[in-house]
Design a protein around this ligand. Sequence first.
Ligand code: NAD
Ligand code: UFG
Length: 338
Amino acid sequence: MNILLTGGAGYIGSHTAVELAKAGYNVIIADNFCNSSPKVIKRLEEITGKSFALYNIDVADKNALRRVFKENQIDAAIHFAGYKSVGESVKVPLCYYRNNIDTTLSLLEVMEEFGCRKLVFSSSATVYGTKAPVPYKEDMETGNCANPYGWTKLFIERIITDYSAANSDFSAVILRYFNPVGAHESGLIGEDPRDIPNNLMPYISKVAVGELEKLSIFGSDYPTKDGTGVRDYIHVTDLAKGHVCALEYAEKHAGTEVFNLGTGKGISVLEMLRAYEKACGNKIPHEFVPRREGDLAEYYADSSKAERVLGWKTELSVEDMCRDAWNWQKNNPKGYEE
Ligand code: NAD
Ligand code: UFG
């Protein structure tokens, strides 16, 4: 089967490409490299021993997308392409609405033209908003998103749900990711942020490798186990495997189904820091600073639905996440641009 990965050169897309290739799927990647490097393709081929068709296109460009569908019989699409920086989305909301929603509409329209009836979409735990009680469950109310990025995800969920309601042969699986971290065990692919990282794990990695001076821990007075923020960190390889299960599910079921992909466990910033120090064998300089605006104290997934319905559950630990993040960082201190 031929699977199109929009944004397949990015962090989660590239790890998913590996797991799909391992499971016997043929992977076609469409990416404009606005937040990734074409060098990832060679690495994917090195890891899997397989080749990957690559289209350097803007996924919002329908004519460009049509070429992909004309040249390949696409059986299903996984839609990763989009902008993902929370802070940036507050500064340039129109860019976020334009790119995230246009890529989705173009993809759905071209899928319709070519009779492609299966879609998996990368959503986020952020759609549960700022008021939901933990753990988050798929049937909870969504909304109250804290930023435009979160709203783009919620609007796209709506678009996909409405489209599949109007087309009874269409299958959509919406995956709400929690906090993906870590890297492929080979150390050949991993997260490669362009600027100073906003997220905890890549920031810790850059401090560990000596590129940044120290980690700022945002808040030490949250009502959590040790006062620091708590999240549900999931190894990117576990997350990638969730997409293989989602595709198998979409092959058999029409309609829209939503799944949380998380471990179900909350880990604090300090716990993550200590685990990373163990993995890299060094102390990581850090300081406590005031809370970051917009951050929640604590959230994690109820991931029992994915386990029950998809037969998927996470296998990798926080130690594995830190070991693999460090392995990627130390082997590629400048990411893909050595
Ligand atoms: P990423 O930035 O590494 O990957 C996204 C890819 O999409 C990049 O390769 C980028 O070049 C490409 N892209 C963006 N706009 C495009 C366009 N118009 N045309 C073609 N390619 C385009 O991000 P990621 O971490 O791999 O995230 C993948 C998806 O998962 C995103 O939709 C993101 O919002 C979502 N998500 C990520 C996280 C996370 O913490 N990483 C959490 C929840 C959801
Ligand atoms: N943190 C620090 N210092 C840092 C960075 C983060 O203390 O330098 C703390 C945060 O305050 C938070 C935790 O580490 O308590 C995790 O923060 P991240 O920025 O790594 O992740 P978030 O939970 O804020 O957001 C992530 C993604 C969003 C997504 C959201 C929900 O970045 O895209 O998870 O899935 F929407």
